[in-house]
Design a protein around this ligand. Structure first.
Ligand code: ADP
Length: 403
């Protein structure tokens, strides 16, 4: 079987992350990041063959960035392919697919239009994703491209889980409902957990905790997402690095009045100045918070960690209830993979669900590990996420199906 080389692209408003992946085993040939696109001092950092190369060059838009990435990939010194034609397909991460997409799709004009229609639902993300797709189409017109959506995996949520209890017409008129995000990650780690346990995912009730800068939890019942903690936007749910997660909506009008600020300014505070950063007043980075709390005895850092862990704990309990039980709890992303203390803190008191934590095994960082004891009814696991691999796999499957 032919090994496909797939370029995975993740565009932000002024950045572009990429990986060139071999489809057989997920081998990463090269990866990197273009930063400050459209701003001054733009730069590409390219990692390949164990080397890190920094290329400073003006990139006025995403098209310039893609050109620079392709130049780096074919460069005679630090490149990994001889010619652009070796790239068999491109997989694009797209944040919002609305209700139009329940899985990844081959990009054509109709798909691009549907992604464009979702701009109003994700004004900060979808425009950059579209820029990236259009730039690639111009430079590589004959290469098939696939869109992989953050929202798609959660489209299996039942209506009673995704509807907000507000007038129904706001759903039909404005598409206000819960969508959920991090879907590619929740899908990857739940499937991987089933593989590691050597059990069919169709038999398992899995709770996946994606805890990073942005955090969300999903209830994955028999392979399908039936609930997740993020909602209409990635602001709902857990306390995050700088995001508040769920709050009483009346706080918004109250703060507008008290601080004499606009709704937009309040939402900005809820997105950028809240979460563990807002409570601690120190940092949004969990390493800083752990240092402050455990080494310096900082009480507000400790409080921030308590608030964070408490919400994760409550949500795990809620999702066990939603699924009528739980077989597997998975931790992933920056904090979930690398924070033994936080994992222990979250799990403390949840043993009634049917596990006991192996504290030695829980010391693991960033490696696939079962951290519950062997006789636990419920398995608790650390599974590092790999969204790029998942995007490459979906892209390969779709491109092969059309050939
Ligand atoms: P993003 O949502 O930006 O993708 P990540 O999944 O990379 O976020 O997670 C970033 C978070 O992971 C940071 O708060 C960082 O402190 C935390 N993290 C990374 N390494 C460790 C570690 N060794 N111990 C605790 N937290 C860690």
């Amino acid at each position: 079987m032919k090994i496909m080389k797939i370029l995975v692209i993740n565009c932000g408003s002024s950045s572009l992350k990429y990986q060139l992946i071999e489809s057989t085993d997920g081998n990463v040939l090269a990866k990197g990041l273009a930063e400050r696109i459209g701003i001054n001092d733009s730069m590409l950092t390219h990692n390949a063959n164990g080397e890190k190369i920094k290329i400073k060059k003006d990139m006025k838009d995403h098209k310039d960035a893609i050109k620079l990435v392709l130049d780096a990939l074919v460069n005679s010194d630090y490149g990994v392919i001889k010619d652009m034609s070796e790239i068999d397909a491109v997989g694009h991460r797209v944040v919002h697919g609305g209700e139009s997409f329940t899985s990844s799709v081959l990009i054509n004009d109709e798909v691009l239009k549907a992604i464009t229609d979702c701009i109003e639902l994700a004004p900060l993300h979808n425009p950059a994703n579209i820029e990236g797709i259009k730039a690639c189409q111009q430079i590589m017109p004959n290469v098939p491209m696939v869109a992989v959506f953050d929202t798609a995996f959660h489209q299996t949520m039942p209506d009673y889980a995704y509807l907000y209890p507000i007038p129904y017409e706001y759903y039909t008129k404005y598409r206000i409902r819960r969508y959920g995000f991090h879907g590619t990650s929740h899908k990857y780690v739940s499937n991987r957990a089933a593989e590691i346990l050597n059990k069919p995912i169709e038999d398992l009730k899995i709770i996946t905790c994606h805890l990073g800068n942005g955090s969300s939890i999903a209830a994955v019942k028999y392979g399908k997402s039936i609930d997740t903690s993020m909602g209409f936007t990635p602001l709902e749910g857990l306390a995050m690095g700088t995001r508040s997660g769920s709050i009483d909506p009346s706080i918004i009008s109250y703060l507008m009045e008290k601080e004499n600020i606009s709704a937009e300014e309040v939402v900005n505070i809820l997105n950028k100045k809240s979460g563990v950063y807002g409570i601690s007043g120190i940092s949004s980075d969990f390493r800083d918070l752990e240092d402050a709390a455990f080494k310096n005895g900082d009480e507000r850092a400790q409080l921030a960690l308590n608030v964070f862990a408490y919400r994760v704990k409550k949500t795990i309990g809620a999702y066990a209830a939603a699924m009528g039980g739980v077989d597997v709890i998975v931790f992933t992303a920056g904090v979930g993979e690398n924070g033994p203390e936080i994992r222990e803190f979250i799990l403390d008191g949840l043993e009634f669900l049917g596990f006991s934590l192996d504290k030695e095994k829980n010391k693991v960082r960033g490696k696939e590990t079962i951290i519950s004891t062997p006789n636990s009814k419920v398995s608790v696991m650390v599974v590092p996420t790999n969204e790029e691999y998942m995007i490459a796999k979906d892209t390969e499957k779709i491109v092969k199906s059309i050939k």
